[in-house]
Design a protein. Sequence first.
Length: 321
Amino acid sequence: MNISVVIPLLNEEDSLTELHHWIANVMQSNGFSYEILFIDDGSTDQSWQTIETLQEKDNNVKGIRFLKNFGKSQALHAGFAKAKGDVIITMDADLQDNPDEIPDLYNMITKQGFDLVSGWKKKRYDNKLTKNLPSKLFNWAARKTSGVKLNDFNCGLKAYHQNVVKNIDVNGEMHRYIPVLAKNAGFSKIGEKVVKHQARKYGETKFGMDRFVNGFLDLITIWFLSRFGKRPMHLFGALGVIMFGLGLIFAIYLGIDKLFFNTTGRLITQRPPFYLALVTMILGSQFFVAGFLGEIILRQKSDKKRYLIKESLNLEAQAIK
């Protein structure tokens, strides 16, 4: 199969039929074999019923329905796990991503050898104050922190070689940083393509200003994980040794001063440096233990599921009854 199109969605019933027809026309006109995976992330409208109707008419349509809203990252994770295409395309369901970009994205993966190609909505139709300016600041920080030179980390329109999506773990709210996850996994050929952005035709955006706050927090998390995720002792252990060492130096100094230079008979516990030394040594010990525990936890494999699928369409999967 040439292409899998993975589309996470939440309450997008009005746009799904139009989006499906658009994607199908692009695929058929280019002679692609394809599948369209709609991942319903706990919609409360008629989105799932619309997906069922589309599947009855088109066997290329497949669907996964979450038991409740688990988030875009979990939806992408579920879609990636089921995708069978050589190239996986992700896009949003709100018609702001243009399916006409798919052939060029596919060629960049298959003919130019990119592992991942991210869309860049250079000209946007969003509110400049609430979206464009924070987005530019966010993308600048992401570039500086991760070393991945992309202009638009938030663009949902991306193309992946199958090897990428099968070897990265998208969890939490890390969907913004899939290029960084791919780079950390060893997929270094990451490209970017200017894509058309379209104004939202139906409904309202599901993301507010809080996504940028969460995005920056996730950026700190992914920086830490990329640097120390597999060796937490290198950070916490080093901090612990340094702080304990500083506290020990203070304690030795106070001891020598008490034994040889204290002429007033003042107790060590009456001197502020004593408490500084004590606190520093305690914190150093705690950092060291934190690093040690991190190493132990890292070696424990967790099989806990991050989402629950309520039902699926045209897929080999067990649904919750």
